[in-house]
Design a protein around this ligand. Structure first.
Ligand SMILES: [Zn+2]
Length: 111
């Protein structure tokens, strides 16, 4: 991975805020969709959580409660289709999100 990779500043800020709120979860908090970048209440979004496991690899899951530990990405229900097509979660997490997670998201679209 290149060391001079530019990261948008707003991501850094959001990450810092999220850490501050880690012990005081506020479900009414606004979150930015990883596809359309629109802000909306976290409760209207689908959260994908990434948790680092003991061996240093990452586990991804669809966080239906919105309260799971780990780094989260949010997507509006209407953006799921684009999220899957663009593999938007790979960009958000700067890593390879397993196909199973995208398949799980697809189930939300079908519902
Ligand atoms: Zn969206």
């Amino acid at each position: 991975m290149p060391t001079n990779q530019k990261e948008p500043n707003h991501l850094d800020r959001n990450e810092a805020k999220r850490r501050d709120l880690a012990h005081a979860h506020k479900p009414q908090k606004e979150r930015i969709c990883c596809v359309c970048r629109a802000k909306d209440l976290a409760t209207t979004r689908i959260r994908i959580a990434r948790i680092k496991s003991a061996d240093g690899s990452y586990n991804y899951s669809i966080d239906k409660s919105g309260n799971a530990n780990g780094r989260g990405a949010y997507v509006c229900p209407t953006c799921i289709d684009q999220c899957i097509k663009k593999r938007a979660l790979n960009r958000t997490f700067k890593g390879n999100v397993p196909q199973e997670i995208y398949s799980e998201l697809l189930n939300f679209v079908k519902q």
